[in-house]
Design a protein around this ligand. Structure first.
Ligand SMILES: *Cc1c(COP(=O)(O)O)cnc(C)c1O
Length: 386
């Protein structure tokens, strides 16, 4: 059996896959099993922060893997401690809980919000406000948080205590807040799966004002927007605000599974022994990979991300067949006149891998993609959209 047939036979049928077997890669070039190269503008859905088989990343991973690959949270380990310190120092957050995915990072944030509210406001203040068109994960609770009916279908009843306000609609947020006993509001700085739609600064600022007035938490889901993707280390910096809780995963460890829930001053002591846990949490290899990744997301790289972003907006904005370009940093949504699925297929035929989000073409390249490769790929996208 070839890989495609074996996958279809033995792996649960949950993904609509492209007709491509990814075999290996280097930097922003991925090679299929027939030896054909593609420019990769998806980086494993914003995971491979420095592309494929990056030598610095690889060294961090292999060194740690050959030293101590796992020991559980029954013992202290250095990579987790170093990474938590780096995350807190870089963000001003106070403590970190490590898990293995975006959904788990959000589960932790939700548990923190519920416990903080129970400790400080009363057990009936359990409601979490999220936004329509959001995406927060696939577990039953993060599905409840996800403000898209299409994901809820067939899985009800979901965890109760989630209500949805309309993104960028202050009146809708005010109404939902006034009608519920709120523990927290949770939002993505840029709704990724929802079609790469950034929040407006005025809306974000109003959410923080309401949180202060009504004493509830603000959680930023930076699973996709985090770790340099937006052109800042974390996307909340683009709005000049500081959330109480920040969750991240995807690009954090540059290609290994790691989730982190960053806890600010208000909630740094909310979790107590026994209140939460994860067997793989703070896995040394994943943490070493993340420490290496994070240390390279410096001012120079971030300004390069913003330059590449500006290049994409300028080149594709208003180009023939392109109706809009939205997003932030190297997280970009392109609304094409043609069906996005056709544009994605055309790009693939021409040797460029791009993604889709809702009805848009979506780009999530490695942050260090070489400029010449990016230019070539953007040219191919422009041709495909014509
Ligand atoms: C991908 C994503 C998640 C879910 O992450 P998993 O690692 O797949 O569990 C949650 N929130 C946002 C904003 C995401 O983009």
């Amino acid at each position: 059996m070839d890989t495609k047939t074996k996958t279809q036979t033995y792996i649960a049928n949950t993904y609509a896959r492209f007709n491509l077997v990814a075999a290996k890669g280097e930097g922003s070039v991925i090679t299929d099993d027939a030896g054909r190269d593609y420019i990769d503008l998806g980086s494993g859905i914003a995971v491979n922060t420095f592309g494929l088989s990056d030598p610095v990343w690889l060294d961090a991973v292999t060194t740690q893997a050959s030293t101590l690959q796992h020991s559980s949270n029954l013992y202290y380990t250095k990579p987790g401690a170093d990474l938590a310190e780096a995350l807190c120092t870089r963000t001003g957050m106070k403590k970190v809980f490590f898990s293995n995915s975006g959904a788990e990072a959000n589960e932790c944030a939700i548990k923190v919000a519920r416990k903080w509210a129970a400790d400080n406001k009363g057990a009936d203040y359990y409601t979490i406000v999220t936004l329509v068109n959001s995406f927060h994960g696939r577990t039953i609770t993060t599905l409840a948080a996800t403000g898209q009916e299409v994901f809820h279908k067939d899985f009800t009843p979901l965890t109760e205590g989630f209500v949805h306000a309309t993104a960028n609609d202050v009146e809708s947020l005010k109404k939902v807040v006034s009608e519920n006993k709120v523990a927290a509001v949770m939002m993505e700085a840029v709704q990724g799966e929802g079609g790469v739609v950034p929040l407006e600064e005025s809306f974000v600022k109003e959410a923080f004002r309401l949180a202060k007035e009504n004493n509830f938490l603000v959680i930023f889901d930076e699973v996709q927007t985090g770790n340099g993707r937006s052109g800042r280390l974390y996307a909340y910096e683009n709005f000049g605000v500081i959330p109480d809780v920040v969750t991240t995963a995807k690009g954090l460890a540059g290609g290994l599974p790691l989730g982190a829930t960053l806890l600010g001053e208000k909630v740094k002591d909310t979790l107590t022994p026994g209140s939460h846990g994860s067997t793989f949490g703070a896995n040394p290899v994943c943490c070493a990979a993340a420490l290496s990744t994070l240390s390279r997301i410096d001012d120079a790289l971030l300004s390069e991300v913003r330059e590449k972003s500006a290049y994409i907006f300028e080149t594709l904005g208003g180009a023939p067949g392109i109706e809009s370009v939205t997003g932030m940093g190297l997280m970009i949504g392109i609304k094409t006149t043609k069906d996005a699925t056709d544009v994605v297929a055309k790009c693939r035929e021409a040797g460029v891998l791009v993604l889709k989000a809702k009805d848009k073409v979506r780009l999530l390249p490695a942050l260090n993609i070489p400029f010449d490769l990016l230019k070539k790929a953007i040219g191919i996208i422009a041709d495909a959209a014509k």
